[in-house]
Design a binder for this molecule. Structure first.
Ligand SMILES: Cn1cnc(CNC(=O)c2cc(-c3ccc(F)cc3)cc(O)c2O)c1
Ligand SMILES: [Mg+2]
Length: 214
């Protein structure tokens, strides 16, 4: 039977990365996506911006929407303090199965809780299910038409506090126009655009960093 691209990406990690070494896992995925098969990981260029936001915040509670193969999950988890809580939501069971193995190869399975299901279903249940009051950082990288409804849902569910940061991938390509319009015009947020490129390409893309003002 034919393998899927995520399965081929996992094989490249298992072949080229060192078990327990998150940086080698990140490098192996970037090499695979640049030289073998493009895949929709946040990538190395936007990944450095993600790293700097995570490092400067030193967050105690992080939510990732859209795990895919676990590339950004590994990038984030490798930078977290030991007792941080990190939840990543993935709708697609095939992607989730691959991501679990990529995260395990990096030796970070203790730092990450991968939850399978739809963000819209899970967001209202996070407080009680995982004993989390608010998130310090949310990385949005899932279905682009879910960024806005899920942001409003997180506000309604009281998952954001004064100073919580939303970092959104792909605000230019594929684009999230309704989310950008909302977040940039809302008095509840202070937003800044980090210009970059679509992973592994010269196409413009970028990350929108938005601070919730409460
Ligand atoms: C199927 N699926 C499960 N999760 C998702 C959510 N992610 C995306 O859709 C996504 C798409 C692209 C992209 C695709 C084609 C293209 F030509 C240009 C850009 C890039 C990204 O960084 C993304 O995060 C999609
Ligand atoms: Mg993305």
């Amino acid at each position: 039977t034919q393998s899927t691209r995520p399965q081929r990406l996992l094989s490249a990690v298992q072949k080229n990365a060192t078990r327990g070494d998150p940086c080698s896992v990140v490098r192996a995925i970037d090499d695979f996506c640049r030289h073998k098969e493009w895949a929709m990981n946040v990538g190395d260029e936007k990944g450095c911006i993600l790293d700097s936001v995570v490092s400067e915040m030193n967050p105690a509670a992080v939510l990732e929407l859209g795990t895919y193969c676990g590339y950004s999950t590994v990038r984030i988890a490798r930078l977290l303090p030991p007792d941080a809580k990190f939840i990543t939501l993935e709708f697609n069971p095939g992607f989730a199965a691959i991501a679990r193995q990529v995260i395990a190869w990096a030796g970070l399975e203790e730092k990450v809780q991968l939850v399978e299901g739809a963000s819209g279903d899970w967001i209202p249940k996070i407080k009680e299910q995982f004993g989390i009051k608010t998130f310090d950082l949310v990385f949005l990288d899932h279905w682009k038409d879910r960024y806005l409804p899920d942001t409003k849902l997180m506000e309604e569910c009281g998952l954001l506090r004064k100073g919580s940061v939303l970092l959104a991938d792909n605000v230019i390509c594929p684009g999230t126009p309704d989310y950008l319009e909302y977040i940039r015009s809302s008095p509840k947020y202070e937003s800044r655009y980090f210009k970059s490129h679509l992973e592994y390409t010269k196409v413009e893309d970028g990350l929108e960093k938005s601070i919730f003002l409460g």
